[in-house]
Unconditional design. Structure first.
Length: 216
């Protein structure tokens, strides 16, 4: 059902905006709390009269909103977060974190006017949020979640450890191959002497067999 917001509602819209919501949400939450009224023909007519009466004020608000929105053009925001395994975050990043980052970058915005798909972000990467400065001024803004300094250091140390372990494994494998190769090396003095001894032993056996016995 359609309702007219009587004040700004986080994640829904601005004051005087007509929005579509589920009937239960309207009847059980918005209307009882005075946040909205049903958008009947009479209420919509009254809304238009209010907006017409404050036309100059609305024009001023829209102009100010467009000026804020223009600041997002070319603005690069990277939010640092603690990272666990792979690209998964410890915790999450939400609209409040983005609002804080934008304010630090010089763009005034309240978190209730920022909508992030899924409401929270739990992995590194590039994302896009809808930033609303007025019910008629909305911008799709791209930003990025990157690992913080501690996470980068931890990842570097882990990579270094893996490299050292891989090096040790390679050295052990090379040593094992060398030892195995030396065992079958025909030029090895030990093997050569052993071969020579066996050859002499065979020769003696042949000589013994061929020499006739002198005993009668």
């Amino acid at each position: 059902m359609n309702v007219i917001l009587r004040q700004d509602v986080e994640g829904l819209g601005f004051e005087f905006e007509v929005v579509s919501v589920k009937p239960g949400y309207a009847r059980n939450f918005l209307i009882p709390r005075g946040l909205a009224t049903v958008a009947t023909p009479n209420n919509v007519k009254a809304l238009n009269e209010v907006l017409e009466a404050r036309k100059a004020e609305e024009a001023s608000l829209i102009s100010a909103a467009k000026e804020k929105a223009a600041k997002l053009e070319g603005l690069v925001v990277k939010i640092e977060a603690k990272v666990g395994t792979g690209d998964k975050l410890f915790g999450s990043v939400n609209n409040g974190d983005l609002a804080e980052a934008l304010v630090k970058a010089g763009v005034e915005i309240e978190k209730k006017n920022i909508k992030i798909p899924g409401n929270t972000i739990k992995r590194l990467g590039k994302y896009e949020a809808k930033v609303r400065f007025h019910r008629e001024v909305e911008v799709d803004y791209g930003f990025e979640i990157i690992p913080d300094a501690a996470s980068i250091k931890a990842a570097e140390e882990a990579a270094k450890t893996r490299a050292e372990l891989a090096k040790l494994d390679a050295e052990k494998a090379a040593k094992a191959n060398t030892e195995e190769g030396s065992f079958f090396n025909f030029d090895n003095p030990i093997y050569a002497n052993d071969k020579k001894a066996k050859k002499e032993e065979v020769s003696e056996e042949v000589t013994t067999e061929e020499t006739p016995s002198t005993e009668e």
